[in-house]
Design a protein around this ligand. Sequence first.
Ligand SMILES: Nc1nc2c(ncn2[C@@H]2O[C@H](COP(=O)(O)OP(=O)(O)O)[C@@H](O)[C@H]2O)c(=O)[nH]1
Ligand SMILES: Nc1ncnc2c1ncn2[C@@H]1O[C@H](COP(=O)(O)OP(=O)(O)O)[C@@H](O)[C@H]1O
Length: 206
Amino acid sequence: MEYPGNLFVVAAPSGAGKSSLVKALLELDAKLAVSVSHTSRAPRGQEQHGREYWFITAEEFRAKVEHGDFFEWAEVHGNLYGTSRAGIEKRLADGEDVVLEIDYQGALQIKQLFPHAVLIFILPPSWEELMQRLNRRGDTAPEVIAQRMANARVEVAQAQHFDFVVVNAVFDTAVFDLKTIVHAQRLKYAAQRRNRSTVFRALDLP
Ligand SMILES: Nc1nc2c(ncn2[C@@H]2O[C@H](COP(=O)(O)OP(=O)(O)O)[C@@H](O)[C@H]2O)c(=O)[nH]1
Ligand SMILES: Nc1ncnc2c1ncn2[C@@H]1O[C@H](COP(=O)(O)OP(=O)(O)O)[C@@H](O)[C@H]1O
C-alpha cells in the first residue's frame, strides 16, 4: 500500500527507552502522530485507556483479529498487541506522518504491507544498563523482568532487518538521531516525488 504520509516504525527490547524517546520526539515535531495500539495486557502504573493503549480482553482482541481490524498483530511477552487500521489509514492517506511503537514481529509485517515504511531499532548501550532501566522503572515484577531480559536477546538479533539502529545511551543524543532520521525521510520522499511544493513543505519553507 502506498500513502502520501510517511510511516515510521520504532521497535526495541523492553526497557531500552522506546516510549520515552518517541514521547520526546513527538514533543519536538508537531507533524508526527503516534498510533495507539490495542492490547490484552493489563494497564501498568499511570497508564490510561486510549492514551498508552486501548486495553481490551483477549476475547475482544481475537474478535477484532477475526474481523480484520488490524494491520498487524503479535503476541509479545505472553500478551496480544495490534495496530488498528482505523488508527492510521486515514492519517497516512491525508499525508500525515505516523509513528508506530511496536515489536519486531509487527515491524516486519508492516514492512511487507508498506515497503516505504522506515524501520528503526533502538538498542540499549549494554545488557547491564537494560536490566537497570527495567528495574528503575519500578512497575514490573522481577519474574517479568527476567522474561523480558531473555526475550531481549531474541529481539536484538532482529535489528539487522531494520533500516536504522539508534543506541540510546545519552537520551538527548538518541532523540536527535531519531529527529534526523525523520527529517531525512521527509526530504527523501519529497525528492522522490519531485514536487516543488512538497519539497518546500518538507523543508518548512514558505
Ligand atoms: N506487534 C505489535 N507490538 C506492539 C504493539 N503495541 C506495543 N507493542 C510491543 O509490545 C511490547 C511490550 O509492550 P509493553 O507491554 O508496553 O511493554 P514495554 O516493552 O515495557 O513498553 C513492546 O515491544 C511494544 O513495542 C502493537 O500494536 N503491535
Ligand atoms: N538514555 C537513557 N538513560 C537513562 N535512562 C533512560 C534512558 N532512556 C530511557 N531511560 C529510562 O529507562 C526506563 C525505560 O524506558 P521506557 O521508555 O519505559 O522503555 P521502553 O518503552 O523501551 O520499555 C525509564 O525509566 C526511562 O526513564
